[in-house]
Design a protein around this ligand. Structure first.
Ligand code: SF4
Length: 650
């Protein structure tokens, strides 16, 4: 058995020189937290099921690592997917996957917490359990196995992974993780020792834990529910089969954003974002109809300017990073954006600290913001019209005009940027080939504007992805384009968007279909995921690793027609496998929004009106529980914002 940290360390000394980037697997980075294992009651390992280089930039993981390690009774460590070379070595030496900090094997932890932001990580999660030598199926685990929990955006439809995860955490994790640890701690005290317990008692003790967890708001324990289907194979309902299991799982919302982590781990190797990630705002009120993040993260909550500045100062001191990302879904919608920029410029020198401000609106204010932050012109300026005709943008509820796009492009090129990145989607509902042709035309108009200002230095990078209908969005009823439709549209773009100054990139259709099958899947998809993994599927988010034939075989083995999930228009009154998950936004609001989209009717930004979607009553009840929450009515925020804009105009 190679199960002790000492043995694992010894074998690692031999195998790490044989793999690429050994620093992915050593731990020991600056600011890592290594607590005394034997004197800490609860052991949690946080797992991002892709490689270290990607997972180390995951903000959710950093937040939970910081919060759990603040508890005196708990420790949190980290694990990621090993790349193929290390996986070979682990299997060859029968070495269980381990956590970076203490080198304890994952199977020695009390709780393993998976972050699942997107569906193409599912097979990696299974692979990690397998490498950890933990049974993949929840019902095969006993007392000696860790509790497997998972959260993240993809778990707003947890059903495809219901067989593998003991409990899902729906929504924001900052508060509920503490409740889970408290429940686990009480249960552990009552249940110890775990050894020498007969299997039947072991299972019932584990069940006790799950029953306690199921009582927590926002925790979903799938084994306490039975699914039912209609004769036509559509989903019918999910029935609670354990007394006390709630019919609806309401997502968790934190009333006030807790202080951001500032003692960030500094990796030895380059990761996708080597910077301080500072979340300035959570949630989005724009209501783009394809956007799951915008729907599931409501309502908007903002951090104060002073808190942001102090956190940046603290983070620089703790890490030495020279870049900060001011993160949110829609940065220019942050109420006090001008104050923030002003204060930022007062406190920091742009010569020593660079800033990224992603997700800006298409308007001249965005150009002013980028300018006042001295944002790196070498990286280009990103605009995401998502569709190229005004008709299509009304359908998706992103009602910017073509003139706004062109005026913003003009402002960008005339202010010294040479590259504009334009993001579009193809395959939106009611899209015609004229809408696709318009992507070509609009991109060419933009490059002409660039050439007018800077000649042949002007560059337009056009990124095209294919629309995927997502749960909990107004488009959850609609269909995905077929492969033939996608290929026709991509050919039009590839034929015409070429030549000097224009570069086109696109998502391969197999990546689209994989995500589309899984995102609106039901419980029957769990066996498909398992079989695909057995047939070799993993690293499905990687274009050079995705194994579509494994997935196709897995569907065949399970006699499931993949098109049922992607190319079937849902009836307006169809029950969905994720209906038991409440995001606070009413289904009838989403349906009305879908119907509005079909007639090209747009919806106002919530900040300019009210929360017709239903999130406000839920949030108000949180405010009553915690009157200190820094909450403002969206109308007030909107008025304050327009005052600021007036101030710039004058
Ligand atoms: S602006 Fe639109 S696409 Fe962006 S987060 Fe908000 S709703 Fe989503």
């Amino acid at each position: 058995m190679n199960d002790s940290p000492v043995e694992i360390n010894n074998i690692l000394q031999r195998i790490l020189p044989r793999v690429q980037k050994p620093a992915r697997y050593t731990g020991g980075e600056y600011n890592q937290i290594l607590k005394d294992w034997n004197n800490t009651k609860l052991h949690v390992c946080l797992i991002f099921p892709d490689i270290y280089d990607l997972g180390m930039s995951n903000l959710g993981l950093m937040i939970l690592y910081d919060l759990i390690n603040q508890r005196s009774d708990a420790l949190a460590e980290r694990a990621f997917s090993p790349w193929l070379d290390l996986e070979d070595q682990l299997r060859k030496f029968n070495l269980p996957l381990y956590a970076l900090e203490s080198k304890h094997p994952l199977k020695a932890f009390d709780i393993l917490g998976f972050t699942l932001p997107y569906e193409s990580l599912y097979t990696n999660a299974l692979n990690i359990l397998d490498l950890a030598q933990i049974p993949l199926f929840s019902d095969q685990r006993a007392l000696q196995h860790p509790l497997i929990i998972a959260g993240g955006h993809s778990t707003f439809n947890p059903e495809p992974m219901h067989s593998f995860i003991d409990a899902f955490v729906i929504g924001e994790g900052e508060e509920v993780i503490q409740e889970i640890l408290d429940v686990y701690s009480d249960w552990k005290i009552e249940t110890l020792p775990f050894e020498n317990i007969p299997p039947s008692i072991s299972k019932s003790k584990r069940n006790e834990l799950l029953k306690h967890l199921a009582k927590l708001d926002g925790v979903y324990v799938p084994k306490f529910y039975q699914e039912h289907y209609n004769l036509d194979n559509t989903f019918s309902r999910l029935e609670p089969i354990e007394p006390g299991a709630p019919e609806t799982i309401r997502k968790r919302i934190v009333g006030k954003l807790p202080p951001p982590p500032t003692r960030l781990i500094v990796p030895y190797i380059e990761t996708v974002h080597d910077r301080i990630p500072l979340e300035i705002m959570r949630g989005c009120t724009r209501g783009c109809r394809f956007c799951q993040a915008g729907m599931i993260t409501r309502p908007v909550r903002e951090r104060g300017v002073d808190e942001i500045i102090q956190s940046i100062q603290q983070s620089i001191k703790n890490t030495g990073y020279e870049e900060v990302g001011l993160l949110s879904l829609s940065s220019s919608d942050y109420t006090n954006i001008l104050d923030l920029i002003h204060s930022f410029n007062q406190h920091f020198s742009l010569d020593t600290l660079s800033v990224s401000l992603p997700s800006l609106r298409i308007d001249s204010l965005s150009v002013e913001l980028m300018q006042s932050l001295g944002l790196a012109r070498r990286n280009g300026f990103t605009l995401a019209p998502e569709a190229a005709t005004e008709r299509m943008r009304r359908i998706i509820n992103k009602p910017v005009t073509t003139d706004q796009v062109l005026e913003t492009a003009d402002a960008i090129y005339s202010n010294g940027w040479s590259t504009i990145k334009l993001y579009f989607m193809i395959g939106h509902p009611l899209e015609t080939l004229e809408d696709v042709q318009a992507i070509v035309d609009l991109s060419k108009m933009v490059i002409r504007i660039g050439r007018k200002h800077i000649g042949n230095r002007a560059q337009v990078n056009v990124g095209v992805s294919t629309f995927i209908p997502k749960p909990h969005t107004p488009f959850q009823w609609t269909v995905c384009d077929t492969e033939e439709q996608i290929q026709i549209k991509l050919s039009m773009l590839k034929d015409q968007l070429r030549g000097k100054g224009i570069k086109l990139t696109w998502n391969p259709p197999d990546a689209t279909f994989l995500e589309a099958w899984l995102s609106r899947g039901d419980r029957r998809m769990a066996n498909v995921i398992y079989q695909a993994w057995q047939l070799g599927a993993k690293f499905d988010a990687w274009n050079d690793q995705r194994n579509l034939s494994a997935w196709q075989q897995a569907f065949e083995i399970n006699q499931i027609e993949p098109d049922f999930y992607t190319h079937r228009q849902r009836a307006m009154d169809e029950a969905f496998p994720w209906d038991h998950i409440s995001i606070g936004v009413r289904k009838k609001y989403l349906l009305q929004d879908y119907q509005w989209s079909l007639s090209g009717k747009t919806r106002q930004d919530c900040r300019d009106h009210c929360f017709a979607c239903g999130i406000l009553p839920k949030y108000n009840s949180l405010r009553k529980q915690n009157p200190g929450n820094a909450w403002k009515c969206p109308d007030v925020i909107s008025r304050e914002k327009s005052n600021q804009h007036d101030a710039i105009a004058n």
